[in-house]
Design a protein around this ligand. Structure first.
Ligand code: THU
Length: 148
């Protein structure tokens, strides 16, 4: 799958966001080590703090489809999703909570998961890696000294 394919899937997914409160639609597409793909979008709630991000929505789908341990590449795109196509100028990088959720998958897969952060129309893309986005992160290995 090309970068463009993955970004386009994220842009399409953003059109299925439920974001009536922020008006900001985010889509996420995740590719597995075997070339499978799943998508997700942000889903807000009248109780604002219960909204979930596109990345966590897509990571849940990834776990169901092929397992978090097979996550290789992620594309994120966001902006105004009120029309036929997603629009927006600034690339969307994963929020702090989503970085932590992606790190969990990265630790399981052993991959330095690549993240393509795109703007709404897909014309700007930043190529990032999870270990740069969350250096010195807390992951499964940090729990090895627990009693359980
Ligand atoms: N949002 C995401 O879906 N992913 C991110 O990484 C950043 C923010 C969503 C959450 C909320 O529904 C909207 O964007 C505005 O913050």
């Amino acid at each position: 799958m090309t970068d463009k394919d993955l970004i386009e899937a994220a842009r399409q997914a953003a059109l299925k966001a439920y974001a009536p409160y922020s008006g900001f639609s985010v889509g996420c597409a995740i590719e597995s080590v075997d070339g499978e793909m799943v998508t997700g979008a942000n889903m807000e709630n009248a109780c604002y703090r219960l909204g979930i991000c596109a990345e966590q929505s897509a990571l849940t789908a990834a776990q169901h489809a092929f397992g978090l341990d097979k996550v290789r590449r992620i594309a994120v795109a966001g902006g105004d999703g009120s029309g036929d196509a997603l629009r927006g100028d600034a690339p969307v990088t994963p929020c702090g909570g989503c970085r932590q959720a992606i790190l969990e998958a990265a630790h399981l897969s052993g991959e330095d998961v690549e993240i393509l952060a795109a703007n709404g129309d897909g014309s700007k893309v930043e190529r990032l890696h999870i270990h740069n986005l969350i250096p010195h992160g807390f992951g499964p290995a940090n729990l090895k000294d627990s009693e359980a």
